[in-house]
Each structure stands twice: as C-alpha cells, then as structure tokens.
Design a protein around this ligand. Structure first.
Ligand code: 13P
Length: 260
C-alpha cells in the first residue's frame, strides 16, 4: 500500500484536565476551525475524561464534523465486581470508537504491564472498538541503548494475534516517556527510526498488508511549531497530543500540519 493511503490521524488526549463546561467550550471552539479540507484529509479523535464523553457526544456528534471520540482507558474485564472500573462495552455503547491502552502514565502510576494491556485490547476487540496501543522507552532505557528490545517486548506481549487473524483495526502510538509533558520532543529522525522499527515488527508478526495499513502516531511534546516536521517523516502517520490539545487553536494547527 502506498503510505499516502494510510489514515492520517491526530488524537488529543486531554488526560485529567478540564471540567465538563471547559470541555464543551474547547470543542465548540475547535469545530468551526476544522474546515472541509482538513476534514477530508485528517481524522481527528478527541479523548476527554470519561465523565465528559456522553455530554460532549450528545452536543457535538450530530454536527457536520469529522471528530471521533476516544477514551483514555478501560477495564481488562468484561463486567462484574470491579469497583471503579468502566468496561470497553460500556464505552462503545455510548459512541466511543477508540480506547487508549498502555499509556506510559498508566504503566508508571498504575503498574500496568504489557500482559494487562493485552487483556484490555482483547476486551476492546470483543466490544468492537479500535485500541490505540501506546509504547515507548524511558530515558534510562534510551541511554542504555535498549530502545529496540523494549519496544519489541511491548509489542510482543501486548498485541494479541487475534488482531491479525481477524484483520481487526489497531492504531499504535509511539510515545517516548522522556518526551511526554517535558517539552523535549524526539527529533524527527529519532521518531522515524522507532516508527520504522514498529512497521517492520508488524511486517514480520502480522503481514505486509497490515504493516502498510496500520497508522502509527507519534506523541510527546508535539506542538504547532514542531508538528509538521515530525508528521512529514516516513512512517509517521500523525500524532497523539497531550498539553497542546487543551487549546483549540494549537490543536487545530497540529491537525492542519498533518494534512499531506
Ligand atoms: P504531551 O503532548 O503533553 O507531551 O503528552 C503526550 C501524551 O502523553 C499524549 O498521550
């Protein structure tokens, strides 16, 4: 497949920011700025806190726009006595299409392992959604020259074969931990190198066709000023944006930078 054919995606991960009212204001500012040209070229996914999702979707989903909705996490279980958890099925039932799995903040602060991520991905698949699986190395791992084994282990242990057996949708996000929220972005070359490694892994473990059609996003201090040079690199199909997705103008500028 021609890489030009892969879906270009920019996803905004709001993390634990904004009240529902602030969230509504943010989306209502963004929508008019996303014109038809951008709509046709880039798929934008908003990933607000779970609490905001139903309200935002009922207000904005019927309008002419190309926003899809995502959640930041889901349970590794389908249902039952898991206080505080939200299942993939519940999220899909209110209109969520994408669910982040294995974000480095969940790995670091909630001890999420690759195996747990795999279980979550299986629940998302069962519910009919698309996982956005996050991988990335820490600064120490990079300094010790262990980027390749760390990323490969995250892919080997986190991604179930069912994805390839049934040709199910998947997005992968490469987010170097040292670049998240630090203002330190991976250089375009560093990002492209790891994206190439992930694409190669998909070729050898899934198929050429899956490798060629899977969108791989870069995340970690992406801003309006550096987005274009990252998104223009081979194998970089878009971005997963944290801080800069909390301001309508900067998020829309980043979406525009993703247009080929
Ligand atoms: P920042 O863009 O704030 O570095 O966050 C990246 C991220 O973690 C997106 O999931």
């Amino acid at each position: 497949m021609n890489p030009e054919m892969r879906t270009r995606i920019v996803a905004g991960n709001w993390k634990m920011n904004t009240t529902p009212e602030e969230g509504k204001k943010l989306v209502s500012e963004m929508i008019p700025m996303i014109d038809d040209e951008i709509r046709g070229a880039v798929h934008a996914i908003l990933i607000p806190p779970i609490l905001h999702l139903s309200g935002l979707m009922s207000l904005f989903s019927n309008r002419k726009q190309s926003l899809s909705w995502g959640a930041q996490d889901c349970s590794a279980h389908s249902k039952g006595a898991y206080t505080g958890e939200i299942s993939a099925e519940m999220l899909l039932s209110v209109g969520v299409s994408y669910i982040l799995v294995g974000h480095s903040e969940r790995r670091a602060y909630h001890n999420e392992t690759n195996t747990l991520c795999r279980d979550k991905i299986l629940r998302i698949i069962e519910a009919g959604g698309c996982p956005i699986y996050c991988v990335g190395e820490t600064l120490q791992e990079r300094e010790e020259d262990r980027v390749t084994p760390v990323i490969e282990q995250q892919l080997n242990e986190g991604l179930p074969e069912l994805l390839w057996e049934k040709s199910l949708p998947l997005i992968i996000a490469y987010e170097p931990v040292w670049a998240i929220g630090t203002g330190k972005t991976a250089s375009p070359h560093q990002a492209s190198e790891v994206h190439g490694l992930i694409r190669h892994w998909l070729k050898t473990h899934a198929s050429d066709q899956i490798a060629d059609s899977t969108s791989i996003l870069y995340g970690g201090s992406v801003k309006a000023e550096n987005a274009a040079e990252l998104f223009n690199m081979p194998d970089v199909d878009g971005g997963l944006i944290g801080g800069a997705s909390l301001q309508s103008r900067s998020f829309v500028e980043i979406v525009k930078a993703c247009v080929r």
